[in-house]
Design a protein around this ligand. Structure first.
Ligand code: SF4
Length: 416
């Protein structure tokens, strides 16, 4: 199913963000050089979307003046919800009924997501998909979905409160629908409108359709997303989306198998991790490992950075484990040094990185006395006290031990 169109809902007024939203819709808030909406449009353009329908209302003239009728490769169409103060997103979507005659993405305009999130969702094999997050907090006023077999949504709405169970997840306001599903959805929306349920959300109409239709989940756990419903969330989003997105793309270009943007404050630290160094056969040998590394509060220092990028490489170790150990560490090490260079050129003068596993740059092992190459050697992430296993769980990755057939190496780039 090819997707060339997106419908973005940016009509409503958000009183929680007043006085900022008195002047503009929150999609006009700036992150770096772009507004939130421009960022979404850039991502959509890079993902092959050719037409975007913006359902506008509150302060729509600000949006129109900024975005115009064409943004990058995207044709922009505006539909005005004049009744945005007395209606909700269901009515906004109803106004776009002429635009639902082909598969499309449906997005809440106050969501900020990574480009990979959108790209992956477009590629997702199922036709009708809604993005959810299983790890989200118990917040008020969110749309929760009940999920069957970790794949199919069986119920959705703000009425569902139970989030402390693996069968419940938060809906993130981004969906992909086929033409056929959209037709049925619009028919259901029409029924609600005929009943004058104008304050209803479109998820309520979807909830009705779930009795007969299949909607799958898109588990967005490994991507960063933010909903601008509070200034704190917006400040967090501003920190995480900036040059980290560019560095993430570079990480893949340099050969990483995965990369995750993280706030250093979200890394999991545990003193017991450093105890493992004492059990290592190289304890006391490596110049960049305990007990030779400087005696500083790594947690405090690392958390001073504004942004981080976890970089992963995976190596098949089923045939030659020793070779895979060596090559995986060195590959990751090289990627991180390249990323440091890029970050430095982006004016991040404090940038540094931590490798995965002990430094193996010298083919015959560490030199006696002191390190041969302090400019290039780096400290293992584990020896700073970061619990890599628990940290990766935040991105849905479960590392299993012992690692027999597959070695994961995880490093961290810090910037800001
Ligand atoms: S650069 Fe060489 S001497 Fe320095 S820590 Fe790495 S392997 Fe050891």
């Amino acid at each position: 199913m090819e997707i060339k169109k997106a419908i973005i809902l940016v009509a409503g007024y958000e009183p929680n963000l007043s006085p900022y939203t008195d002047q503009m819709h929150q999609c006009m808030f700036k992150i770096g050089n772009e507004t939130v909406l421009e960022k979404s449009l850039s991502h959509l353009s890079n993902c092959g979307i050719e037409k975007v329908v913006l359902i506008v209302g509150h302060k729509y003239e600000v949006i129109k003046e900024k975005i115009g009728d064409k943004y990058k490769n995207i044709d922009i169409k505006y539909i005005i919800n004049e009744k945005y103060q007395s209606t909700n997103v269901l009515y906004s979507l109803f106004l776009a009924k002429e635009e639902t005659n082909e598969p499309f993405l449906l997005m809440d305009g106050d969501m900020i997501v990574e480009e990979d999130f959108i790209a992956e969702m477009i590629k997702y094999p199922q036709e009708n998909v809604m993005a959810v997050d299983f790890s989200d907090q118990n917040k008020e006023n969110i749309v929760v979905s009940k999920i069957l077999n970790n794949s199919k949504i069986v119920e959705i709405g703000k009425h569902i409160k139970k989030l402390d169970d693996e069968n419940f997840a938060r809906f993130l306001g981004i969906s992909k629908f086929s033409k056929d599903f959209a037709n049925k959805l619009l028919t259901q929306i029409q029924i609600f409108i005929n009943e004058n349920k104008l304050k209803t959300i479109y998820e309520d109409a979807i909830n009705e359709l779930l009795k007969t239709e299949t909607v799958n989940i898109f588990n967005s756990r490994k991507y960063n997303w933010f909903e601008i419903d509070t200034i704190t969330e917006f400040e967090k989003a501003k920190k995480i989306f900036g040059d980290t997105e560019n560095l993430k793309a570079k990480a893949f270009e340099f050969g990483a198998d995965d990369a995750y943007i993280i706030l250093p404050q979200e890394l999991v630290f545990d003193d017991r991790v450093i105890l493992q160094c004492f059990n290592c056969k190289n304890f006391g040998v490596k110049h960049t490992c305990p007990p030779h590394i400087m005696d500083v509060d790594f947690e405090k220092m690392i958390k001073k950075y504004k942004k981080g990028l976890l970089v992963l490489v995976k190596f098949d170790s089923s045939i030659d484990f020793a070779k895979a150990r060596l090559e995986s560490t060195n590959k990751l090490h090289k990627i991180l040094l390249q990323l440091e260079k890029v970050a430095f050129s982006q004016d991040n003068h404090f940038t540094t990185s931590f490798i995965g596993g002990s430094c193996k740059l010298c083919p015959n092992g560490c030199a006696e006395g002191s390190c041969r190459n302090t400019a290039m050697s780096r400290i293992p992430l584990e020896s700073t006290g970061v619990d890599v296993v628990e940290t990766l769980k935040k991105f849905g990755i479960e590392l299993k031990f012992p690692a027999k057939d597959l070695i994961y190496r995880v490093g961290l780039l810090l910037i800001g």
